[in-house]
Design a protein around this ligand. Structure first.
Ligand code: NAI
Length: 351
C-alpha cells in the first residue's frame, strides 16, 4: 500500500485532517498515512519547527498532505512552509481555481490555474536592518528558476488542453522592477517561443503567450476571470493573486493547492490555521479535501477513480447546499459536512 506523509498542522489543521481521513477510509482509498509533525505542534513536542524526520519522510515517500502551519507576523521564526519548500526544492506552487456549483459568488465558469515560482523572489527571506530605522530585503530572480517555472507552466497549458483557448499569461511588474521582473518575463517569453517552435505543443494546436502587469491582472481577474487559462508569476505576485482568485470561487476554504518539485510534492490547504475558529468544529475542510483529491491524481499515486468519486461527492454536497459550513452560509459542523460527503459517496456507489 502506498505510504503518504500526513502533517496535521496547527489550529484547525487536525480537524480538517480528520475529515480527509474519514472520507478516504469511507472510499477505501488504498494509501497508508504516516503522520509527521511540523510547525508549532512540532516545536512543542519535538523542539524543532521542521524536524529532519518530517523532511526525510517526505523525501522517502515522495508525497505529503499538509494542513496549515502557524507563522507569527513580523517577529519570531521564519515560515515553516517557506523552509519546507526550499528544503525539498518544491519549486512550483500550483493553485487550481474552479467555480463550484452551489457556492455563491458573483463569478461563473472560472477555470484557471496559478503557477507560482516558490523558491526565490521576495520570499527568499534575505532581509536585514540598516541601522535602527531602515530595513532592506533582497529580491533575487534568476534565469534558471524562471525558465524552470516557465517550462512547468507551459506543460500545464498543454495538459489542460482547454476547448476554448490555450493561453499562458506571464504576470510581472517589469515596468517598475525592470531587472528582476524583466528577467522573469523575458526568460519565459523566450522559452515559450522555443517551446512552440520546437513543436512541443503535441495534441493542442495553438497556444497564446501573453503578459500582464500585476495590478492590471488583478483588475482583469475580477472583470473577466473566465478568459484566463494558466498564469505564471514570481513568488509574491503569485501569492497575492492566488488568494484573490480563491475569493472568486468562494474563498480560502474551498480552493486547493500543491507544492511540486522534480522529486516530491506536498499537497496543502491554502488557508491558514484560522485561530479564531480552531477547536470549535466549524472549519470548512474543502480546501484540504480537494488538495487530497489532486494528490490522488499525482503520478506517484495515480488513483484517478477514487479522485473522481470523492470530487463528485464533494461537489454534490456543495451543490445541494443543505449541509455546508458557516463560511459558505450554512450551519453544519466540519463532521456533519464530512458525513454528508460520505453519504453522497456511498449513494453514488449504490447506483
Ligand atoms: P487564515 O486563513 O488562518 O484565516 C483568515 C480568515 O479565514 C479567518 O477568519 C478564518 O476563520 C477564515 N478561515 C480560514 N480557513 C478557513 C476554513 N477552512 N474554514 C472556515 N474559515 C476559514 O489567515 P490568518 O488569520 O491570516 O493566519 C493565521 C495563521 O495561519 C498565521 O500564523 C499564518 O501565518 C498562518 N498561515 C499558514 C498558511 C499555511 O500553512 N499554508 C497559509 C496562510 C496563513
Amino acid at each position: 500500500m502506498k505510504k503518504v506523509v500526513l502533517i496535521p498542522g496547527d489550529g484547525i489543521g487536525p480537524e480538517i485532517v480528520e475529515s480527509v481521513k474519514k472520507i478516504f477510509k469511507a472510499a477505501d482509498v488504498q494509501i497508508e498515512w504516516e503522520e509527521h509533525l511540523a510547525g508549532e505542534s512540532a516545536l512543542d513536542k519535538l523542539g524543532f519547527l521542521l524536524p529532519i524526520s518530517t523532511v526525510g519522510a517526505i523525501r522517502k515517500h515522495k508525497i505529503a498532505l499538509k494542513a496549515p502551519l502557524t507563522t507569527p507576523v513580523g517577529k519570531g521564526f521564519r515560515s515553516v512552509n517557506v523552509q519546507m519548500r526550499k528544503e525539498l526544492d518544491l519549486f512550483a506552487n500550483v493553485r487550481p481555481i474552479v467555480s463550484l456549483e452551489g457556492v455563491k459568488t458573483p463569478f461563473k465558469n472560472v477555470d484557471l490555474v496559478i503557477v507560482r515560482e516558490n523558491t526565490e523572489g521576495l520570499y527568499a527571506g534575505i532581509e536585514h536592518m540598516v541601522g535602527d530605522d531602515a530595513a532592506e530585503t533582497i529580491r533575487v530572480i534568476t534565469r534558471k528558476a524562471s525558465e524552470r517555472i516557465g517550462r512547468f507552466a507551459l506543460k500545464m497549458v498543454v495538459e489542460r488542453n482547454r476547448i476554448s483557448e490555450n493561453r499562458l499569461t506571464i504576470v510581472h511588474k517589469a515596468n517598475i522592477m525592470k531587472l528582476t521582473d524583466g528577467l522573469f518575463l523575458s526568460s519565459i517569453k523566450e522559452l515559450a517561443e522555443k517551446y512552440i517552435s520546437e513543436g512541443s505543443l503535441h495534441r493542442i494546436k495553438t497556444m497564446t503567450v501573453d503578459d500582464r502587469i500585476i495590478d492590471n491582472m488583478c483588475m482583469q481577474l475580477v472583470q473577466r476571470p473566465e478568459t484566463v487559462d494558466v498564469i505564471v508569476a514570481p513568488n509574491c505576485h503569485g501569492d497575492i493573486i492566488s488568494d484573490l482568485c480563491a475569493a472568486l470561487v468562494g474563498g480560502l476554504g474551498v480552493a486547493p493547492g500543491a507544492n511540486i518539485g522534480d522529486d516530491c510534492a506536498v499537497y496543502e490547504a491554502i488557508h491558514g490555521t484560522a485561530p479564531d475558529i480552531a477547536g470549535k468544529g466549524l472549519a470548512n475542510p474543502t480546501s484540504l479535501l480537494l488538495s487530497a483529491v489532486m494528490m490522488l491524481r499525482d503520478k506517484n499515486i495515480g488513483d484517478h477513480d477514487n479522485a473522481d468519486k470523492i470530487e463528485a461527492a464533494i461537489k454534490k454536497t456543495l451543490r445541494e447546499g443543505k449541509m455546508v459550513t458557516g463560511d459558505l452560509g450554512g450551519s453544519a459542523s466540519t463532521m456533519e459536512y464530512t458525513d454528508a460527503i460520505i453519504a453522497n459517496l456511498w449513494a453514488s456507489e449504490r447506483r
